[in-house]
Design a binder for this molecule. Structure first.
Ligand SMILES: NC(=O)c1ccc[n+]([C@@H]2O[C@H](COP(=O)([O-])OP(=O)(O)OC[C@H]3O[C@@H](n4cnc5c(N)ncnc54)[C@H](O)[C@@H]3O)[C@@H](O)[C@H]2O)c1
Ligand SMILES: [Zn+2]
Length: 797
């Protein structure tokens, strides 16, 4: 056999390439789950092609170099294509001086057509090469009857039901002059924005993400349940026709595309015509520059000889026409290795894991970092330092790691975990329940969050410093005038004028001070006045302004209402904070953690030293007495077998921890405690590590109770346990004031109506909440009724 003339190692290489290509084809075309990048696939294919060219004896009719796609077996009916759906030959750029050299393959393609047809500078249809899935749509008497995938070019899959859910595909043709039978070919794609939206959702809900839009399109179209296809937004562009019966088409491809537009098919607006090699390359550059801004992924452009007579004459090779070629762009996905996984802290404190990569060219740009989005995504992909990964860069989206190539993982890698502390400021990283994102808790002291923290601090609902907007905060921080909110109170008129001058200079605008002389200092005087005025504030505003994680306005109010003074908010340990209403473990931990941080303590001290005073500081609420005590402490201890009944008994017998401990096990049992629980409690108290927080909590409780004036009765607030919902415009009171006053009386104010709502107060133009209230039979009041309630109780408080 002639094969014997080919050296064994070459034969082995060809066999190896074929196997790898077949495997990749199966992954890509049948499973919609590629394991190598297109760039790598193209390299394998090129290697095989050149081996086969050098050793023609190696060529076999079933070589992947001669085949189109793959025959799928996905549970769909088969559709035979009367006219085969072919592939395209590819042209890649190479190194070279002139464009003729760099685009040698395109030049050869064009020259060959010139020579064969004996025509100078033929006209081509030039089109973006959409990166999706080729399909064929059959229309009979103007009605869509069948749609199929390309498959192996001869036989595809019947995906009619799924295609009917793609909006861009007309179910009925427009106009009248269409052929009785018309087959339209084109690409089903997923727009980048739909792809991003799909993945955003998946990452938030801890579901599998799509690797890229082409995968999204192919995977979605080949779902057995059309409802799933309908939910994934797919788009379509037409670029060719197949079978045509009962009418003749124009004589050129470009005129046919115009007809398709008239009949209601979307054709890419980037499609045009060009003359000769120069025209082709000009188009390539033009679309290349536009590539990032296009709403969809393209992996190149396609040049097609425009007139059908010429196409006929050029004919076909095994798997592709000779009258067309795909000119590829640099690939949007490449493989590289992960050198480190680091954390980046955003303006709002969000911690994003970022992969540091061995530098790699992706879509024409050197990429050294890629986002991993969030900790869940790292876990889902199981990205590790040392891994070989596929990186994708498309459009203006930041490059991202889309998958790990598991087979190439080196030995001894370790799974990655979110670090416990912020790399910028050292504060703890915390995660909100049910949220994918981790955040740095060092709001005030974290340089990464400085600007956002200042804007929050100065905000209307916090310290309310009018006029201190984003632009000034940017400048104050960038030029080093302000590091923490406390620095604001030290700023002088000269600081502001100087800062503004530099900001204007940086923005390239003419400084107003120069333009208008003295008058222009008024704004700075006003700002300083606003800063000084903000010193007289309320405790909830101040607490909210500190930007402690999880502390919204309402939690700030709860803290102030129960603990009374900043001093107590600062010193009450987590365990005790938890007994306050609506303050769960996470919130308590966050408050405690914040005030334990030395940097935060310094900032708060500096703020107080600058003269901040609270108009509403008060004694701790007398209601606290009921919430504190030995029974509550023992509850916190979580001693096994110690139920609420024994806790109560012990508390009433012994009063505090010390008396309890002094009394000893025997007396506890006499006091009614089960012996098993007693020995557990004994062990607990004997272990200083376990019981220390309890002692600390008891001391904090004592401080609070001591601060409650002896005369104050342990009264409950008049509206305790009631929930109000405010809706519409409250004209005489305003919603904020109404909320504040209701809460001061012990009521809860909620944003949504539920069965637990006591009353809905409806102002002007109240909307859906009113309907909901009626539906649930909840009393609806007007503003007058609310005012009457407030007057009744506020007088007596
Ligand atoms: N990563 C992998 O494992 C893997 C495996 C197999 C194939 N692939 C990718 O697929 C390519 C080969 O697949 P192929 O045979 O479909 O070839 P192709 O994608 O290079 O070219 C043919 C296809 O281009 C598409 N196309 C887009 N715009 C077009 C237009 N305006 N006019 C005509 N066609 C247009 C059609 O779907 C057509 O079928 C490879 O180069 C590689 O990029 C990747
Ligand atoms: Zn930080």
């Amino acid at each position: 056999m002639s094969q014997r003339t080919v050296p064994a190692d070459i034969q082995a290489r060809a066999a190896d390439l074929r196997e790898r290509i077949e495997q990749a084809n199966h992954q890509y075309h049948v499973l919609d789950d590629p394991t190598i990048t297109d760039a790598e696939y193209d390299r394998l294919m090129r290697d095989l092609e050149s081996l086969e060219a050098e050793h023609p004896e190696l060529q076999t009719p079933d070589s992947p170099t001669r085949k189109v796609g793959a025959r799928a077996s996905g549970g769909f009916n088969e559709v035979r294509h009367a006219i085969p759906m072919l592939s395209l030959n590819n042209a890649f750029g190479t190194e070279g001086e002139s464009e003729q050299e760099r685009f040698r393959e395109v030049a050869e393609f064009e020259r060959r057509i010139e020579q064969t047809l004996d025509r100078r500078e033929p006209v081509f249809s030039v089109e973006p090469k959409l990166d999706g899935l080729a399909i064929s749509l059959r229309y009979e008497d103007g009605v869509f009857v069948q749609g199929a995938t390309r498959g192996d070019g001869e036989t595809g899959e019947d995906v009619t039901a799924n295609l009917r859910t793609v909006r861009a595909i007309p179910l009925r043709l427009r106009g009248k002059d269409w052929p009785r039978v018309l087959e339209v070919r084109g690409e089903v794609i997923m727009l980048r924005k739909d792809f991003e939206a799909f993945n955003d959702y998946a990452r938030k809900h801890d579901e599998k993400t799509l690797a890229n839009p082409r995968n999204g399109a192919a995977g979605s179209l080949r779902q057995l349940d059309p409802a799933i296809t309908a939910r994934r937004k797919l788009s379509f562009f037409a670029y060719a026709v197949g079978v045509v019966e009962g009418a003749s088409l124009p004589s050129t491809h470009s005129a046919t595309l115009q007809k398709l537009r008239d009949w209601g098919f979307p054709v890419s607006p980037e499609v045009g015509t060009a003359k000769g090699f120069k025209g082709l390359i000009a188009y390539y550059h033009r679309i290349g520059e536009k590539r990032d801004a296009l709403p969809y992924d393209i992996d190149g452009v396609v040049y097609k000889l425009d007139d059908y007579a010429g196409q006929q004459e050029m004919g076909f090779v095994s798997r592709a026409p000779r009258w067309a070629i795909a000119h590829k762009f640099p690939a949007q996905e490449q493989t590289t290795t992960v050198e480190a996984i680091e954390i980046q802290i955003g303006r709002t404190g969000a911690a994003t894991p970022v992969a540091r990569l061995a530098p790699v060219q992706v879509a024409g740009v050197t990429v050294t970092n890629a986002t991993l989005h969030n900790a869940d995504q790292v876990a889902r992909l199981d990205v590790r330092v040392g891994d070989t990964v596929i990186v994708r860069r498309a459009g203006d989206v930041i490059p991202e790691v889309v998958r790990v190539i598991a087979e190439q993982r080196p030995a001894h890698t370790k799974a990655w975990h979110m670090p416990s502390h912020c790399p910028v400021c050292g504060s703890e990283l915390l995660r909100e329940e049910g949220q994918a994102a981790w955040r740095c808790s060092g709001g005030l002291i974290c340089p990464a969050q400085r600007k956002e923290a200042l804007i929050h601090f100065a905000g209307r609902r916090a310290m309310d410093i009018e006029g201190l907007g984003e632009r000034f905060v940017d400048a104050l921080v960038d030029f080093g005038y302000v590091h923490t909110p406390a620095d604001l109170y030290k700023l002088t008129l000269d600081d502001f004028l100087e800062m503004k001058r530099r900001a204007d200079e940086r923005d390239g605008s003419t400084p107003e001070t120069v333009k208008q002389g003295k008058v222009a200092t008024k704004w700075a005087e006003n700002l300083i006045e606003a800063i000084q005025a903000s010193k007289r504030t309320t405790l909830p505003r101040f607490l909210f302004g500190l930007g402690i994680m999880h502390i919204g306005e309402s939690t700030a109010k709860t803290l102030a209402a129960w603990l009374g003074r900043l001093e107590f908010v600062r010193t009450t340990p987590e365990m005790v904070l938890r007994v306050l209403p609506d303050i769960g473990g996470e919130v308590a931990q966050s408050i405690d953690g914040f005030f334990e941080q030395e940097g935060n303590q310094k900032v708060v001290d500096a703020l107080l030293a600058s003269g901040i005073t609270f108009t509403d500081e008060a004694d701790p609420s007398p209601r606290l007495r009921q919430k504190l005590g030995l029974d509550v402490l023992l509850d916190m201890a979580n001693v096994p077998k110690l139920g609420p009944k024994s806790t109560k008994q012990l508390a009433s017998h012994f009063g505090d921890l010390k008396s309890l401990q002094d009394a000893g096990e025997a007396k506890w049992i006499t006091a009614g405690m089960p012996s098993a629980a007693a020995s557990n409690l004994k062990a607990f108290l004997a272990d200083p590590k376990a019981s220390a927080p309890l002692h600390e909590a008891e001391a904090a409780m004592q401080r609070l109770v001591d601060a409650i004036p002896q005369t104050a009765k342990a009264q409950t607030a008049p509206l305790d346990g009631q929930t109000y919902v405010l809706t519409g415009t409250l004209t005489s009171l305003g919603r904020d004031a109404a909320t504040e006053r209701l809460e001061a009386l012990g009521a809860k104010v909620s944003g949504s109506v539920s069965k637990k709502t006591s009353v809905v107060v409806a102002g002007e133009a109240a909307g859906s909440k009113l309907d909901k209230a009626k539906e649930l039979g909840i009393p609806v009041w007007d503003e007058g009724q609310l005012l009457a309630l407030l007057a009744e109780h506020e007088g007596g408080a």
